[in-house]
Design a protein around this ligand. Structure first.
Ligand code: NI
Length: 390
């Protein structure tokens, strides 16, 4: 299937916007320059604009001129990551230690271009399109902050859509998978307390380091022995802190980590199981253990009907053979909060092109996308909005 003809001016602006944002990345809840750029562009297009939604978020609302109807929300996340960019492109980050290493620069540029198209064609469609330019997707739950500030109300939003550029999928493909697609993110901290003393006289101590090592190992049984093999669960201990000196057994060891699941029983049971293993194993070795367990982000669950709508739109754009289903991962995505409230779909737009060197993983200091993915994203958002307002 040949791609639709491109407007060269639109394409140039799309790429320029993405590169400008890439050169000026901002961390979660600090997206001031990005938000100002977005608000300015949305106003130029004739959107009704609200700023400061969920702290640094921007909302643009556009009413169709063909009559009243449903309201659809299109979301783009704006934040970058605390990573020093290693790439040498002309548009590399000018902010030391901050980088768009996940493609959110592309998401903003895509949503702005889709807004421009929808604004230009308002006479043809009815209902309302709302654009949510969201802060702090990377661990800051900016989606929740925007919802708390009313992004889904007045008018009440009937459907939500978002996309993510994806460097695991070749450019030209689009993934729309129904059901759970991304993981629930839980965090835990386990504090193991023993009794410190001389490293040469361990019998006078209760060693929290040895207990911590056993706890790390035992936690792996949550997945291998306590979970139905057809369910998904990941338990990763990512930080171990204890002690200061080679000859001192410390008083305490602290473990940190994350649990990922797709909801259901593994999600429901994880906190209690983790607590039981940590306190039981530490206790058997004479140590105390306390567990602090935090639910960070729920699983991202796509609505069946909305996903079918996205898949149809995608097939019309890139051909049915390039529309993928069954794409899932246990990474977290706070678009999940929107999907808890309103039916919708989070789609992935392939942005990898190994032949041109675009295949670094997300969150890598060498991350970059094939910009041919950008107009595909614009086509998809525009088409999905129009179809869902029909
Ligand atoms: Ni991301």
């Amino acid at each position: 299937m040949s791609p639709p003809p491109r407007d060269p001016a639109e394409l140039a602006e799309l790429v320029a916007t993405r590169r400008d944002l890439h050169a000026h990345p901002e961390l979660g809840y600090q997206e001031h320059r990005t938000a100002a750029l977005v608000a300015e562009r949305l106003k130029q297009m004739g959107c009704e604009v609200r700023t400061g939604v969920g702290r640094t978020g921007v909302v643009g609302t556009l009413a169709g001129h063909a009559g009243a109807g449903r309201t659809v929300l299109l979301r783009a996340d704006m934040d970058a990551l605390p990573i020093q960019e290693a790439g040498e492109t002309p548009y590399r980050s000018t902010a030391p230690g901050v980088m768009h290493a996940c493609g959110h620069d592309g998401h903003v540029a895509i949503a702005l271009a889709a807004a421009r198209r929808l604004a230009a064609s308002r006479r043809e469609w009815r209902g309302t399109v709302r654009f949510a330019f969201q802060p702090a997707e990377e661990g800051g739950n900016g989606a929740e902050a925007m919802i708390a500030d009313g992004v889904l109300e007045a008018p009440r939003v009937d459907a939500v859509f978002g996309l993510h550029l994806m460097n695991t999928l070749p450019v030209g493909t689009i993934a729309a998978t129904p059901g759970p697609i991304m993981g629930a993110v839980d965090l835990f901290t386990i504090r193991i307390t023993g009794k410190g003393g001389h490293a040469a006289m361990p019998h006078q101590t209760v060693d929290p380091v040895v207990a911590a090592a056993h706890v790390v190992t035992a936690l792996q049984s949550l997945v291998s022995r306590a979970t139905d093999p057809f369910d998904q669960l990941v338990v990763s201990v990512t930080r171990i802190r204890a002690g200061e000196a080679f000859n001192v057994i410390p008083e305490e060891a602290v473990l940190m980590g994350t649990v990922r699941s797709m909801g259901g029983r593994p999600y429901a049971e994880a906190p209690e199981r983790l607590r039981a293993v940590a306190t039981g194993v530490a206790g058997a070795l004479g140590c105390g253990a306390t567990v602090d367990y935090v639910r960070q982000t729920p699983a991202t669950i796509n609505d069946e009907a909305m996903t079918a709508l996205v898949a149809r739109a995608a097939a019309a754009l890139v051909g049915a053979e390039r529309v993928l289903a069954g794409q899932r991962m246990l990474g977290g995505e706070d678009f999940a909060f929107f999907l808890q409230k309103v039916p919708g779909c989070f789609a992935w737009v392939g942005s990898a092109n190994p032949a041109r060197g675009y295949d670094a993983p997300h969150h890598s200091p060498r991350f970059d996308i094939d910009e041919d993915a950008l107009p595909i994203g614009v086509d998809l958002l525009e088409r999905v909005a129009r179809e869902s307002l029909r």
